[in-house]
Design a protein around this ligand. Sequence first.
Ligand SMILES: [Zn+2]
Length: 81
Amino acid sequence: MLCPECGSSIHRSHARGFKENLVRAITSYRAYRCRECGWRGWMARNRSAVRTAAWKNLLHTVIGFLATLLILIVALYLIGL
Ligand SMILES: [Zn+2]
């Protein structure tokens, strides 16, 4: 991770207080601090991209399953006729 202000490497900062811990718990954002210029802020971890990909995979699986189910229902309906 690089500092958006000065470009030097930043390190994880401890979340301060309840609000920051809550943000840390429910989002993929983490508090970071720069030793060079004192910048402190929140940045998304790379893991969020992985999580998004996992959701897309799940969505594709569900859509695929529903499509198969629909075809099966139509096939059974046609056989029934
Ligand atoms: Zn900096």
